[in-house]
Design a protein around this ligand. Structure first.
Ligand SMILES: [Zn+2]
Length: 135
């Protein structure tokens, strides 16, 4: 997604989804100091973190967001900005990982396995209209 970049809240350089984390400090049900940073820029005061790469699917993203419900967010603006910054990575159906899995599933292949590598060995046969396996 080269047209859209995440920026580290600490060093202000571009953060990739592979090396970024969201971190915060939790005390009981109170959370504060939410930040989007490189893993190497993690503040010492942070008590919790989640890798951004784990939040790029809609299920995990909404899990992260709804986990914040019921907690006291001391300053909601940074968390709100982080959630909005991640939305394009979650809602676009053409993110690399999502498209790869949808394409693989649509042709009956296994995600992460190049179709040429298996040459039909791993293809799932779907029943035809008359109930016979299709080719
Ligand atoms: Zn950084």
């Amino acid at each position: 997604m080269p047209e859209y970049r995440l920026i580290c809240d600490r060093c202000h350089l571009v953060v990739g989804t592979a090396d970024g984390v969201i971190c915060w400090t939790a005390e009981g049900i109170t959370e504060r100091d939410h930040a989007l940073v490189h893993a190497a820029c993690l503040p010492e005061a942070a008590t919790d973190k989640v890798e951004i790469s784990l939040l790029t699917s809609s299920v995990s993203f909404f899990g992260f967001v709804t986990d914040r419900f019921g907690r006291h967010i001391a300053d909601p603006l940074p968390l709100r900005a982080i959630v909005w910054a991640l939305v394009p990575f979650v809602s676009r159906a053409d993110s690399g990982a999502e498209m790869q899995s949808m394409r693989a599933i649509s042709i009956g292949n296994t995600v992460g396995v190049k179709p040429a590598d298996v040459a039909g060995i791993n293809r799932r046969r779907l029943p035809g209209r008359d109930g016979t396996p299709s080719r």
